[in-house]
Design a protein around this ligand. Structure first.
Ligand SMILES: Cc1ncc(COP(=O)(O)O)c(C=O)c1O
Length: 434
């Protein structure tokens, strides 16, 4: 067959990986296959599998970090609770862009949201005997389930595709009423599908979290990236949507990785509500001889995991939060580039017969942003993923994310300017061949 990547070579390389079901291939396998094919054939791939920031790190962060290092912080252990500057600036940033009041005490720096969720799952599952399960509102970020497996706790999940709007209540009731759920998690905007839960949906989550005494872990890895709204003006509406308006039982994970393109320094903030921070739980008292959710989180769990977070990166994050809230650093304008890319890419895919799988937030078309989902009539996600490799396009199957839909997640972050024409050319051929 006439394909952009030589058919026989691609087939040989794919077969050599021995992947029985392509729908289950990991990102690392897809990267390995596409990289090997690029080397062997000399033909470039359009990489849409990795969720790595494709922009330069925010300069204000880099400068603050260099200064902190020159001032000598590298030799000193950082305070386990976080340096005062980052705690205060995190609380102010949250007020400026979410319009939620939170005490700086509850804003604890972590080595990325990855550590934030690990420590949150762990602490939440130790609070109450019998509550040892995390509920995922899927699709989601696969490595978070891996975290639960590593810890030896349990997880439960459902694909929210069929349960948007008021139906979310029904799905949550069914899971939460079992009584074993310690915490629930979702990302908003969603990785991989880029839908955004609406305020009505967040209200339902908040109400049921209170009813069943479940902690909500709100993963804001893609903070302010619902580009349908202008979320970049500090202390002015509209604000980033949050469950924190509807319950006190929440933890927000705010990552420096995507909003500030600061993934390499592994920095973010776990923001624990004032009420949860000060709440004592029988399971924590029994295990640690005392403490509240917040003190156990920092002084026991984070201490045991990494003894705090890189000292210089905390200065970087404090400076980025401050500049954003001061209005001198318009971080949203910079990351809007992902939205522009998504719009163009979605137009090209749909022109050649692809569909957007998760395409609506109730009656509103979803935003253009970091990720989007694609399907092709009559093909499973695994088949489509394998087939696109012959066309020099790599993406990951939705089935690895807890989605029950057939399709792929495409990430916009690595797309280069000349690749729109290339994509168009390749998809034209794809359509002609199918
Ligand atoms: C939904 C979600 N949560 C968390 C993370 C990890 O963030 P961090 O780099 O802060 O650990 C990512 C990164 O891709 C993500 O997509």
């Amino acid at each position: 067959m006439n394909t952009p990547i030589d058919y026989q070579t691609a087939k040989r390389v794919i077969d050599s990986f021995g992947i029985l079901d392509f729908g289950k291939a990991t990102i690392r396998e897809v990267v390995a296959i596409s990289t090997q094919l690029e080397q062997e054939t000399g033909t470039e791939f359009i990489h849409m599998e990795m969720g790595v920031p494709g922009l330069r790190a925010a300069q204000v962060g880099v400068e603050a970090e260099i200064k902190a290092l020159q001032d000598g912080v590298a030799s000193i252990y950082p305070n386990i609770n976080g340096i005062p500057e980052v705690k205060e600036q995190a609380a102010r940033f949250i007020k400026a862009f979410i319009n939620v009041d939170i005490n700086p005490e509850g804003c604890v720096p972590v080595t990325g949201s990855m550590q934030g969720t690990f420590a949150s799952f762990l602490t939440a599952c130790q609070c109450t005997p019998g509550k040892d399960t995390i509920l995922f509102i899927d699709p989601g970020f696969p490595v978070q389930k891996q975290q639960i497996v590593v810890m030896g706790y349990q997880y439960d999940s459902f694909d929210v595709y069929e349960y948007r709007g008021e139906r979310l209540r029904e799905a949550l009731e069914a899971h939460l009423s079992k009584g074993n759920i310690a915490a629930l998690i979702y990302s908003n905007p969603n990785n991989p599908a880029w839908f955004c839960l609406t305020d009505d949906e967040l209200k339902i989550i908040g109400e049921l979290a209170d009813k069943y005494d479940v902690i909500v872990i709100e993963d804001l890895a893609y903070f302010a990236m619902d580009f349908r709204k202008d979320l970049g003006r500090p202390f002015e509406p509209p604000y980033q949507a949050t469950v924190a308006r509807y319950t006190d039982n929440y933890i927000m994970q705010i990552s420096g990785s995507k909003a500030f393109s600061y993934a390499g320094q592994r920095i973010g903030v776990t923001a624990i509500s004032d009420k949860l921070y000060h709440r004592a739980y029988p399971g924590l008292t029994q295990r640690y001889g005392g403490g509240t959710f917040g003190t156990v989180y920092s002084h026991r769990v984070l201490y045991a995991l990494s003894s705090g977070t890189s000292h210089s990166a905390q200065y970087a994050l404090a400076a980025m939060f401050k500049a954003a809230a001061d209005g001198t650093f318009d971080f949203v304008s910079q990351i809007k580039e992902y939205g522009r890319r998504a719009k163009r890419l979605k137009e090209i895919f749909t022109k050649y017969g692809f569909t957007i799988v998760y395409d609506h937030d109730l009656d509103q078309p979803i935003a253009d942003g970091f990720y989007f989902t694609i399907g092709y009539p009559g093909m499973t996600g695994g088949q489509l993923m394998e087939e696109l490799i012959y066309y020099g396009i790599s993406a990951i199957s939705l089935s690895t994310t807890g989605s029950k839909q057939q399709g792929l997640r495409a990430c916009t972050s690595f797309i280069k300017d000349h690749q729109y024409d290339l994509l168009e050319e390749r998809l034209k051929l794809f359509k002609a061949n199918h």
